[in-house]
Design a protein around this ligand. Structure first.
Ligand code: GDP
Ligand code: MG
Length: 439
């Protein structure tokens, strides 16, 4: 526990800011993390440059290492870059909402058509699918099958009708049936080509869609930037759907989408089941791209626990040598909370790697301390001198808490040692003397 306390006290030094020097190492890690997540190099360069400039001079949260805090700043910037908040689908004010899906072959358009219908059905909207991939009969069958799985009607017109004409007919049908949302599945190619773009433009003209969503496979990685740029310039998209996020990809593609098109990712597919479609949460995605989710939750927890006021309050007490058993108790509890967090993340600043047995030990001794402090009278807690001076009082505390007199004496001695140590830490050089316990 001592090293844990030390770490907690260390925060009191509180002179740290992020500097050009102390961000070099962590920035290197962040750059590596982004590249590993398949964010394209120019995007990484721009980003790292911008964040470095912004970070220098930022004051540090007490108890948090500079590199950990930097990760938090980077995370916030990533979230901003991806649009900040969830971007909702837009619905038409009157008539059916029309969603046109576009994208390369195999990215998941047909699957997404049905997933999206199910997603919207759960919101109480009636849906219809239109089969616009006329190049393979199997593609139509596939849409019919997934449509059945989610119990949504599918409009088909075979493979001999042009997609734009199918779109027109399907939309007519949807209006007649007063369907809320029409989703059009289209053909993709292995690569962007003119025929595909021309066909999509025609379909778009026929449908006048509310949403044109580009379906992007998360595995696309660095290519995503060029892909999104082209589709957006050629047909004009309103957003994107990122699929196959259940795979190994860290999802760097997500970063490129908004960067190059200004259009948000609206939904993500994370599995082959029809239920596996969710809103896109920029903060979760940022965590995934950085691959440092544990650091982030630590920084957030630390912010929560080490609220500035508390620290300042404590600082005043230490300066005036008023640090008492109440403070001791709340600090012990704060450190214990940090301790149980470290079980998950193992990164309390200054503690290094914490072993489970060390944590158990720390928790045990903090329980013992708590029991003894709870057995003290309010007066004794505020004036530890009373206990230092009176063996009778110490004996009573021992009996009431079920501990030995020796343990109580140790605790009292520890408090006075801490007063001195904290004074030193604060740089208050006059120090204090440790009173000998009278017997
Ligand atoms: P399309 O060519 O764009 O219509 O792509 P499909 O909808 O036919 O999907 C191609 C393959 O990807 C199929 O085997 C799907 O089951 C699979 N797939 C689609 N979305 C996801 C996803 O989110 N996760 C996983 N693991 N597989 C997916
Ligand atoms: Mg398909």
């Amino acid at each position: 526990l001592t090293s844990g306390l030390e770490a907690a006290w260390n925060k009191l030094k509180g002179e740290d800011v992020l500097t050009k020097e102390n961000i070099v190492e962590p920035m290197r890690d962040i750059r590596r993390a982004l590249l590993e997540a398949d964010v394209s190099l120019p995007v990484v360069r721009r980003f790292v440059q911008a964040v470095s400039e912004q970070a220098i001079g930022v004051g540090l949260i007490r108890g948090v290492r500079p590199d950990q805090q930097l990760v938090k700043i980077v995370h916030n910037e990533l979230v901003k870059l991806m649009g900040g908040e969830v971007s909702e689908l837009v619905f038409a004010k009157s008539g059916p909402t029309v969603i046109l899906l576009a994208g390369l072959q195999g990215v998941g358009k047909t699957t997404v058509s049905a997933k999206l219908a199910l997603y919207l059905k759960k919101q109480g909207k009636s849906c219809m699918l239109i089969a616009g991939d006329v190049y393979r009969p199997a593609a139509i069958d596939q849409l019919v099958i997934v449509g059945e799985q989610v119990d949504v009607p599918v409009y088909t017109a075979g493979t001999d009708v042009k997609p734009a004409e199918i779109a027109r007919q399907g939309l007519e049908e949807a209006k007649k049936k007063k369907v809320d949302v029409v989703i059009m599945d289209t053909a993709g190619r292995l690569q962007i080509d003119k025929a595909m773009m021309d066909e999509l433009k025609e379909v778009k003209r026929a449908l006048n869609p509310t949403e044109v969503l580009l379906v992007v496979d998360a595995m696309t990685g660095q290519e995503a930037a060029a892909l999104v740029t082209t589709f957006n310039l050629e047909i004009g998209i309103t957003g994107a759907i990122l699929t196959k996020l259940d795979g190994d990809s860290r999802g760097g593609a997500a970063l490129s989408v908004k960067e190059v098109s200004g259009k948000p990712i609206k939904l993500v597919g994370r599995g082959e089941r029809m239920e596996d479609l969710e809103p896109f949460y920029p903060d979760r995605m940022a965590g995934r791209i950085l691959g440092m989710g544990d650091v982030l939750s630590f920084v957030e927890k630390a912010q929560e626990i080490m609220r500035q006021e508390d620290a300042e309050e404590l600082q005043k007490k230490i300066m005036s040598a008023k640090f008492d058993f109440n403070d001791f108790l709340s600090q012990t509890r704060a450190v214990a909370r940090m301790g149980s967090m470290s079980r998950v993340i193992g990164m309390i600043p200054g503690m290094g790697k914490v072993t489970p047995s060390q944590i158990r030990e720390a928790e045990k001794s903090s329980k013992i301390m708590e029991a003894m402090i709870e057995a003290m009278t309010p007066e004794e807690r505020e004036k530890p001198e009373l206990l230092a001076e009176s063996p009778v009082r110490r004996k009573r505390v021992a009996q009431d808490s079920g501990k030995t007199e020796q343990q109580v004496s140790q605790l009292v001695a520890q408090l006075f040692q801490m007063r001195v140590r904290m004074k030193n830490l604060m740089g208050v050089m006059e120090g204090g003397s440790i009173p000998a316990l009278s017997n």
